[in-house]
Design a binder for this molecule. Structure first.
Ligand SMILES: Cc1ncc(COP(=O)(O)O)c(C=O)c1O
Length: 484
C-alpha cells in the first residue's frame, strides 16, 4: 500500500467504506413503549439487555467486528491438530513478519495474556506503572496483591483539549513514581495503545521511544498492550509528522523493538477471536510458556480454535493496509463532528474505537453519586434502541468502607466496531443524541436496587430516581408522534 494513499474519503472528509457488504444481520428497533419496558426489566443496565432488543449495538468492538471474506476463506483451511497445527505455524509466521519478533504464544483472549503476564511478574506489594489501566489488567494485578498506577499526561483528563496524543506517558510522573516506590517494587511498565478508558486516545511513537529508553535505563521490563494498536497506528501515521511518509509496516516494526513483550486481544487487534503474546526474548518466552498449558491449553493453540488462528493471521496482515486501519477513526470523526455541531460534549480530539461523550457535562445537573454516565446510557437506549458502554463511577467497585470511587472522567462510549455500521447509522445516532441533548433536563439519576460487591456494572440492577424515563418518553411521543 502506497504510504501517500490516504484517498479514502471525499473532499468533505466523508468516510468511504473500502469494502462491499455481502452478508447482513437484521436489526429491529423496538417501539418506544417496548424500549421503556425492556430497559426497566434489564435494571437500566445495558449489559443485561438481550441483543435482539438492541437496534444499534455500540457496547463494544470486542469480537463483533465484521470479518473480511479472506478471513472466512482462511478459516476453511484450519488444521485442528492438537500439536504442530499448520494454522499455528501460519499465525506465528504472520506475527513474525508483522512485528519482526520470533517468539509467539497464542491465548484465548486478551485478559488470558494478562493472567499469564501478571502471574509471571507480580508479587505482593508490586507496582505496575501504566499510561492508563484497562479494567482487566487492574483486576489481575490487584488479585495478586499488586497495585497499578496511571502515569498519563494531564491533558487526558480534559475532554475538550485538542492535544493530539492524549494517551502519552508523562515522563516526569514516571520518574517520580520510580523514586517514590523504589525501583525494586516496579514489576513492569505497561503501555496501552489507543487507551480505551480515556477516549481511545493514541500514544505517540516518540513517547513510546522515551518510555522505552527510561525503562531500559532503569532495568524495568516494558510491556505493550497492542489490543487497540490498529487505531493508534492510524494516528501515528496521520498526526506524527516524522511518520507521514512511513509505511504502516515500518511503523509497527519500529514500535515492536521498544517493549520487552507485546500482548493483544485478538477480539480487537486481528479482527477475530483470540489473543497472543510476542517477544524477542527467548528466556521470557519460555517462562511465559510454562503457564500456558495450565490456564489456556497446549502452547500451540492456547485455547484458540484453529479457525480463529487462521482468521486472526489474515486480520493482522490487514492491519498493514492503511484504508482498512483508517475506517474506524474516520467513522469516529464523522459521528463526532455531527455531535459537536449540535453542541454535545464529545471527547476531543476524536480518537479510535468510538465516540466518547462527556456525561458529566451532558448531564451536569445529575450528581456523580447518581451515575450520570449510566443514566445517559439508559436514556440513549430509550431514545433510539442504541446500546453503549458506561465508563464512569458505576464501572468502579466501591472502597472497602462503602464509599464510591470517582474516576477522573465520566464517559459514555459509543463503540464503532470495524465495518459493521453505515453512515446512515451514524446520522441516526447523531439525530437521537441531538434530541436527547435538547431534552437533557428531563434525564435524572439512577440508584442500585441490586448491587453486587464485584463487577456491579455487569450484573447490578438499578432504578431511576424519580420517574424520569416516563417523562422522557412522554416528550418523545410529543416530538415524534407515531414515530419510533
Ligand atoms: C486495551 C485492552 N486490553 C485488554 C483487553 C482485554 O481483552 P479481552 O476482552 O480479549 O480479554 C481489552 C478488552 O476490551 C482492551 O480494550
Amino acid at each position: 500500500m502506497d504510504a501517500d494513499n490516504i484517498k479514502f474519503f471525499s473532499g468533505k472528509r466523508i468516510p468511504i467504506e473500502t469494502h462491499r457488504v455481502r452478508m447482513v444481520h437484521r436489526a429491529t428497533l423496538p417501539s418506544p413503549n417496548e424500549r421503556a419496558r425492556i430497559i426497566r426489566a434489564a435494571g437500566y443496565n445495558g449489559y443485561l439487555l438481550a441483543a435482539r432488543d438492541v437496534f444499534l449495538d455500540m457496547l463494544t468492538d470486542s469480537g463483533v467486528n465484521a470479518m473480511d471474506v479472506q478471513q472466512y476463506a482462511a478459516m476453511l483451511r484450519a488444521d485442528d491438530s492438537y500439536a504442530g497445527s499448520e494454522s499455528f505455524f501460519r499465525l506465528r509466521r504472520t506475527i513474525e513478519e508483522v512485528f519482526g519478533l520470533p517468539y509467539f504464544l497464542p491465548t484465548h483472549q486478551g485478559r488470558a495474556c494478562e493472567n499469564i503476564i501478571t502471574n509471571t511478574f507480580i508479587g505482593p506489594k508490586n507496582i505496575v506503572l501504566t499510561n492508563y489501566h484497562f479494567t482487566t489488567i487492574k483486576a489481575h494485578v490487584a488479585r495478586l496483591g499488586g497495585q497499578i498506577e496511571n502515569m498519563i499526561i494531564d491533558e487526558a483528563f480534559t475532554p475538550q483539549s485538542d492535544y493530539p496524543f492524549k494517551g502519552n506517558f508523562d515522563l516526569q510522573k514516571l520518574t517520580s513514581a520510580v523514586e517514590m516506590f523504589g525501583r525494586d517494587r516496579i514489576a513492569f511498565v505497561r503501555i496501552e495503545c489507543g487507551t480505551n478508558f480515556v477516549g481511545g486516545q493514541p500514544v505517540a511513537l516518540e513517547n513510546m521511544r522515551e518510555v522505552s529508553r527510561f525503562c531500559r535505563g532503569n532495568c524495568i521490563p516494558l510491556i505493550m498492550d497492542a489490543s487497540l494498536l490498529s487505531d493508534n497506528l492510524y494516528f501515528i501515521k496521520t498526526r506524527e509528522s516524522e511518520c507521514r511518509d512511513k509505511l504502516l509496516a515500518g511503523i509497527i516494526r519500529e514500535l515492536a523493538t521498544l517493549p520487552d513483550l507485546i500482548y493483544f486481544s485478538g477480539r480487537k487487534f486481528g479482527c477475530a477471536h483470540g489473543g497472543g503474546m510476542v517477544t524477542g526474548d527467548e528466556k521470557l518466552y519460555e517462562k511465559l510458556r510454562e503457564l500456558l498449558p495450565l490456564y489456556e491449553g497446549f502452547w500451540m493453540h492456547g485455547g484458540m480454535p484453529a479457525r480463529e488462528m487462521e482468521a486472526m493471521a489474515v486480520g493482522i496482515e490487514q492491519t498493514l493496509i492503511l484504508d482498512v486501519v483508517a475506517q474506524v477513526p474516520l467513522f469516529v470523526e464523522f459521528l463526532g463532528k455531527l455531535l459537536v455541531e449540535a453542541g454535545i460534549p464529545v471527547v476531543r480530539p476524536f480518537g479510535g474505537l468510538g465516540c466518547y461523550i462527556d456525561a458529566m457535562q451532558f448531564l451536569d445537573h445529575v450528581p456523580r453519586e447518581q451515575y450520570p454516565a449510566g443514566a445517559l446510557a439508559a436514556a440513549i437506549y430509550l431514545a433510539g434502541g442504541i446500546r453503549c458502554a458506561e465508563m464512569g463511577v458505576l464501572s468502579q467497585q466501591r472502597n472497602a468502607d462503602g464509599s464510591e470511587i470517582f474516576p477522573p472522567l465520566e464517559l459514555v462510549r459509543l463503540s464503532i466496531p470495524k465495518r459493521v455500521f453505515t453512515l446512515s447509522h451514524m446520522k441516526f445516532i447523531a439525530d437521537r443524541f441531538c434530541w436527547l441533548f435538547s431534552n437533557r433536563h428531563l434525564i435524572g439519576g439512577l440508584e442500585f436496587i441490586e448491587e453486587p460487591t464485584v463487577q456491579r456494572s455487569y450484573f447490578g440492577k438499578l432504578r431511576p430516581i424519580e420517574n424520569w424515563p416516563n417523562l422522557l418518553m412522554a416528550q418523545f411521543s410529543r416530538d415524534m408522534p407515531g414515530g419510533i
